[in-house]
Design a protein around this ligand. Structure first.
Ligand SMILES: NC(=O)C1=CN([C@@H]2O[C@H](COP(=O)(O)OP(=O)(O)OC[C@H]3O[C@@H](n4cnc5c(N)ncnc54)[C@H](O)[C@@H]3O)[C@@H](O)[C@H]2O)[C@@H](O)CC1
Ligand SMILES: Nc1ncnc2c1ncn2[C@@H]1O[C@H](COP(=O)(O)OP(=O)(O)O)[C@@H](O)[C@H]1O
Ligand SMILES: [K+]
Length: 500
């Protein structure tokens, strides 16, 4: 995936502007969409292109159904045996009604849907116009999980195009291939979207795209990551705070990641009880004793410590609380992860001390502790669409916190306080289920801290770290444990440098 993600409402506005400018008519766009869908299907499944078989189409009452009638006609022209089942009737005089008339044969009611013996099921019931929980589509949903290959037009019916959520479990088509018209919809990348879309191909409709809900995070430029040839202090000094004896592994992982991503120096700040443990396991990473907030404030008188990382293995007691206060008071680049987020969430006013150089990296549980109302809104069943998305939640969280928020998951959202949002989708050809391993998040926190130390702005540091994290997991492959991630980074950086 690359480019940007759009909402259904924005797509409607872009489409309307396109018509108004006279660039194309609705019927022309529909024809382009159907033609592109058939081409994408044939490219994905050459066996079906070579030997047309039996196709079953499910067409809805709106323009998604209109696209379906185009596909029915084109498949029939190619020699397919086509049966169309319809839900409702398109509005008389509209583009979809025109396409239905051009298809010809009267469709059968969707309630009679049968897919036995079919090679292809084309889902054209609902696209970006899905406005409420679908009813009476159980047979379609079940058929999409058994039997023929499934091509979904624009979005699998039942999937909310803005959020990638479904109104109720199982209430959506599961496609093998989804052909998206004009642009990626946010729902292709978020939540259940990737699992329900199968794979996604984009059909260019020649639309003038602007006003995206979020950018997709792509590979960083090598020049932004490779060292520039100066002194080590030119690449900053990151300080990673650790908890006590027996709990230092997480911070050590973060520290190593910060060093690997290019921070000039990295120091672990440990309480007295953990000094020996850290010293025994550190070489390039340096070590300082930091017993409490006062000691941290004293250490930070050295302005060369320009980025901090607190949370991994930090603990949630008084020492941790003191460290969080001292760290935030210093105003430096600061990653707050794991226990540091729990410390903040327990306070009456968690966001007061945060500032624009902070990056918060909650997973869903930590997010729910910090922003319970936003998490509830994401979970709540809804009768009406469009559904609230993780993009909406992260954007609101960043605005409230006055800091960059990176909401972790296979669909990682990075939101800046000014409303800018990016999505890193570890999906489709970048799926990395191997990242669901203890300590992976600690490494991510360290990567961000390392990039902050190098002077990267918080939002960019979070985006680049998210990409590097997943790329390191991809390069390593199955069997990954968190320790492997920093060690896989050199080959990721090498590939970026060589443009491969
Ligand atoms: N935006 C664009 O640039 C283009 C859009 N096209 C197609 O147009 C689609 C959007 O078309 P529409 O806006 O007509 O929307 P849809 O075709 O997705 O569905 C809307 C229709 O279904 C009804 N509906 C919504 N939810 C329902 C529910 N739960 N139960 C029963 N009925 C329900 C609505 O009242 C409306 O009649 C896109 O997904 C795409 O397939 C393409 O034709 C080409 C260009
Ligand atoms: N299935 C998955 N696909 C892609 N990334 C994942 C998946 N599961 C977890 N991750 C990523 O792995 C990291 C896990 O972080 P976290 O939940 O904090 O775990 P830990 O505390 O064990 O380090 C996050 O960056 C998250 O985005
Ligand atoms: K559809």
């Amino acid at each position: 995936m690359d480019g940007s993600l759009f909402t259904a409402a924005r797509m409607r506005a872009i489409e309307a502007a396109h018509f108004e400018s006279g660039a194309a008519t609705g019927a022309e766009l529909m024809e382009r969409a159907g033609t592109g869908a058939v081409a994408a299907m044939e490219a994905a499944w050459p066996d079906l292109a070579a030997r047309p078989g039996r196709a079953v189409l499910a067409c809805g009452p709106g323009n998604n159904g209109g696209d379906g009638y185009v596909v029915a006609r084109l498949l029939a022209q190619r020699g397919w045996d086509v049966t169309v089942f319809a839900l409702g009737t398109p509005r008389a005089g509209g583009d979809a009604a025109g396409m239905r008339a051009r298809w010809g044969g009267p469709p059968r009611p969707l309630s009679e849907l049968r897919v036995q013996g079919a090679d292809l099921l084309v889902d054209a019931v609902f696209g970006t116009g899905l406005a409420r929980a679908p009813e009476g589509l159980e047979a379609l949903f079940a058929a999409s999980r058994a039997g023929p290959r499934v091509l979904a037009l624009d979005v699998p019916s039942g999937l909310d195009a803005d959020s990638g959520r479904v109104f109720a479990p199982g209430q959506a088509v599961r496609a093998d291939l989804t052909v998206s018209f004009g642009a990626w919809k946010a729902g292709h990348a978020l939540a259940e979207g990737p699992a329900l879309c199968g794979q996604v191909r984009l059909v260019d409709l020649g639309l003038d795209l602007s006003g995206a809900a979020a950018k997709l995070v792509g590979p960083p430029h090598a020049a932004a990551l490779l060292k520039g040839g100066g002194h080590k202090y030119d690449d900053g000094h990151a300080l990673v705070l650790t908890g006590g004896f027996g709990h230092t592994g997480a911070a050590r992982l973060a520290a190593r990641a910060a060093l690997r991503v290019g921070a000039g120096l990295v120091t672990l700040g440990a309480p007295g009880s953990a000094m020996l443990e850290c010293a025994a396991q550190s070489m390039a990473v340096m070590l300082r004793r930091v017993d409490d907030g006062a000691a941290l404030a004293e250490l930070l008188r050295d302005a060369r410590f320009n980025a901090l990382c607190l949370g991994p293995g930090l603990g949630t007691g008084d020492r941790a609380a003191g460290l969080v206060d001292a760290a935030l008071a210093a105003g430096r680049g600061c990653v707050l992860d794991a226990d540091a987020l729990t410390v903040l969430a327990a306070r009456d006013a968690p966001f007061g001390p945060l500032h624009a150089n902070c990056v918060l990296t909650p997973h869903d549980g930590e997010f729910a502790r910090l922003f319970p109302d936003l998490a509830e809104r994401l979970r709540a069943p809804a009768a009406q669409g469009p559904l609230w998305s993780r993009i909406d939640a992260a954007r609101e969280a960043a605005s409230r916190a006055g800091a960059t928020v990176l909401l972790k998951g296979p669909d990682t959202i990075i939101a800046a306080p000014d409303g800018t949002v990016a999505v890193h989708a570890a999906a489709y050809d970048r799926a990395t289920p191997q990242l669901a391993t203890a300590g992976a998040g600690d490494v991510l926190a360290g990567l961000i801290a390392g990039l902050l130390a190098r002077g990267t702005a918080p939002f960019d540091a979070a985006c680049r770290a998210a990409w590097l994290h997943v790329e390191a997991a991809r390069v390593f492959g199955p069997g990954l444990i968190a320790e492997d991630l920093p060690e896989a980074l050199p080959s990721v950086l090498r590939a970026l440098a060589h443009g491969t």
